[in-house]
Design a protein around this ligand. Sequence first.
Ligand SMILES: NC(=O)c1ccc[n+]([C@@H]2O[C@H](COP(=O)([O-])OP(=O)(O)OC[C@H]3O[C@@H](n4cnc5c(N)ncnc54)[C@H](OP(=O)(O)O)[C@@H]3O)[C@@H](O)[C@H]2O)c1
Length: 291
Amino acid sequence: MRILITGSGGQLGRDCAERFSRNHQVVACNSAAFDITDPERAKAVFAKHAPDVLVNCAAYTAVDRCEQDQSHCRAVNSTGPAVLARQCEKTGCRLIHISTDYVFDGKKKIPNPYTEYDLTCPLSVYGMSKLAGEQAIAEELENHLIIRTAWLYGMGGANFLKTMLRLAVNNPGRSMNVVDDQMGSLTWSNRLAEQIEQLLDDALTGIVHATAEGFSSWYDGAVFFLQAMGVEADIVPCSTSEYPTPAHRPANSILENRRLKQAGLNRMVPWRQDVETFALKNRKELLRACK
Ligand SMILES: NC(=O)c1ccc[n+]([C@@H]2O[C@H](COP(=O)([O-])OP(=O)(O)OC[C@H]3O[C@@H](n4cnc5c(N)ncnc54)[C@H](OP(=O)(O)O)[C@@H]3O)[C@@H](O)[C@H]2O)c1
């Protein structure tokens, strides 16, 4: 299969490119090579590579910055997916697009998870822009799969676990407050890439959820990761109100991979298993990057 990956410079894009290249012909485009908001560029890239499947990993993911930088956020997260969907429709290409738990308001009682059948109600500009991206794709293109994931971490970009590690390594003895009343599933981009590979030529369309199994708070996740890394840290649980951010985030970000399970396609594993593997496999490189 010929697979085009957009946003290949990010953490998920990088893992998808690495994994899919083992079995497929892959064209990986970072933002410089292919700006997804540019329809002319989309036309040219499709004409050159004639992909069977497009996996869109490109997004404006700086959730807090989106509150200020609204037009850029909407261009990348809402207009970009529409541009891609239109190009896919013209050329008969399947589109796999990545979306987010932040399309929900998180008001469901913990630990009840959100399924693909729950109503959306985003709290932030980022969440609204991602939801608009989902809707644009559904309007433009039949052969699409929207994969909602959450709390991503990987080697290819900035993420919560790397931030926790950097702070712990560079400030020994200093206590760190970490939010303990938002629940979700830390999801390894490498595992998600494996899941996406399975869905490349599947007949499944519409929306699916794909996050690690089980859930934790940010605090529990940080404690578990730093222990797995063998790094001592004084982490103190705090509430969302004690750690205000420009964007509101859902208290309950737990997603259930219901449709993947119903179809016998769920490849996601418990979050602790993947965080541990991530730490063990990348320990040296992660520590080196803290210096
Ligand atoms: N990170 C999370 O915790 C999380 C949670 C839920 C869902 N998701 C979703 O998962 C997907 C992958 O996230 P990620 O963590 O891998 O993101 P990431 O590391 O921030 O990567 C996103 C990539 O998109 C690129 N990009 C930005 N604007 C672009 C444009 N106009 N055209 C082409 N590329 C552009 C960025 O390139 P530059 O750096 O050069 O701008 C970056 O390499 C996204 O759809 C995101 O919304 C992420």
